[in-house]
Ligand binder design. Sequence first.
Ligand code: ADP
Length: 608
Amino acid sequence: MKLSEHVRISKRAIRHLFSLSRSFAVCLFLDAVLRNALPYVPIYFSARLIDGLYEGRPLGSLALYAALTVGIVFLLSLVSAYLTSRRDVAQNELNLNDEWIFSEKAMQMAYSSIEDPEVTMLRKRIAIESQTGYNLWYLFNCTEQIVSSMTRILLSLSMTLSFFFLEGIPLLMKLGFVAGILFTVLCGAFTTRKSEAIFSHFMSTAVHMNVFDGKYNDYIRHYSSGKDIRLYDMAESLLAFNVDIMTDFHRRSLYLCWKQAALKAADVALSHVLKFCVYLILLYAALSGQITAGSIARYVSCVMLLLGAASEAVAGIQRAFVNHTYLKRYFSYLDIPNPMYQGSLTVEKRDDNEYFVEFRDVSFRYPNTDTYALRHVNLKFKVGEKLAIVGKNGSGKTTFIKLMCRLYDPTEGEILLNGVNIKKYDYDEYLSIFSIVFQDFKLFAFRLGQNVSAGPVFDGERARQCLIKAGFGERLAAMPEGTDSFLYKEFDGSGIEISGGEGQKIALARALYKDAPFLVLDEPTAALDPVSEYEIYSKFNEIAGDKTAIYISHRLASCRFCDKIAVFDSGKLVQMGSHDTLIAQKGGRYHELWHAQAQYYTDATAEA
Ligand code: ADP
């Protein structure tokens, strides 16, 4: 990484620190300066005290030095203690905000990005690296280390500068002294660099294992795995597998630890040799009458602090540079663009519901795949119509819906709403015209009403009506807390567990509550029992009202009531028309599918 990039990342990182928690960042800087200035107060006044004693100063002025030392240190310590505790409190805010920006980003990025395995891997990798200390923890630790050491360097230099102007000390000795300091700092830089390189290598090899281990533990701990683990007696083998992983990890950590300790020992040995030389030089100066006893104490203390601070500053900068590689990845996640937000047209809210949707020669490949999920699809339909989409599994039905509601953009061709490419509409507004129930819908462990309204507040009566319409009425009546009941047990021990079919009904109620002009149901009865399925079919026209309804199903009997039926096969739209038209086309895909299913029902009935 070039120096200019280090500078750019440093600036952004500091801004980021302030944006996550201003009070944390302010306390960090002030506390670092104060705490590191503290030792210089007794050093300065003790030197004055010793010289005062030698010079036979009156007791009063000596006592004043002592009082000043204690008083200033006391005051500074009080302020520093306050800043430290403020900082500890603010660190909580910092960590929460850091978590939150990642959740916020996940909600704001394009759906294609959130589904992209590379983005998932990137997010996990950043999470693991952050857990290990990189990114934020390193950022504020390195910042603190650099500010602390710079404070000590400045104060030590200001209090030792006079040493270099002492005439009785030979120039060679002074130059040797400066060279010694530089040499120690360079050696420190070398060992820190080596140590960080070893650690980084260790980390990069550990990432995949950490990701795997995290998932593994999630699986073991989640209550939904509890049944399988018990019934298949998996506990012992799961633990044994984990022990193997951990043993290997500890062996490698121990090796890393020894290597780092050896490097640190070399560094410490060298700086102590230099410290011994400093003593010799100062003893020489004192014996030749160049400096007072008080000055010896001051120089020795300051030079020791200077040496430590110089190595620490270099190490801090080096560690910050190492962390920049990780921060670059961290920021790269936050910078993932959302190409969906290009349009600005408002979606005309038409009272007459006269919308036209057109797929014009649309082909689509999922990111990072070579095969087309949809190929040259041309299709037009009018809002208010009921469109059914049928076809075998994997024929492209769900993909068609994902494209229509712009979770993805077509690879080729275009989709138009009222003659305008849907990319030109304001994205959020465009999404607002769809109420969709996907097969893999997600409910949250919040209140039932919140799940229906898809937000923290809900209109209880409206939510109830939607749930009844969706066939959840009977179950709702049996719930003592009605729409205030919690789903699942994550946040509330008395939360209710629901079956797949019940979940599907709640998801349908959520779509109805949104009351958007388009109602799209992707296999809405897949998890329902036959009676509930029949209820949904028979009430479908009532449920959909005057909305445009798109209904995906592989059960053809349920599609007969739709105005149009689109038949998909291997990503292609192979037929389109009413049930009567399509069934009349002998040899067509629809005719074939219809008879295959009819055959099944006839055989089943005969057997019964
Ligand atoms: P259907 O709804 O008709 O069962 P889909 O539209 O879900 O079919 O899938 C069409 C094709 O696209 C299938 O071959 C499926 O494997 C593939 N596909 C679906 N989702 C993804 C995805 N997220 N990434 C890659 N391929 C996908």
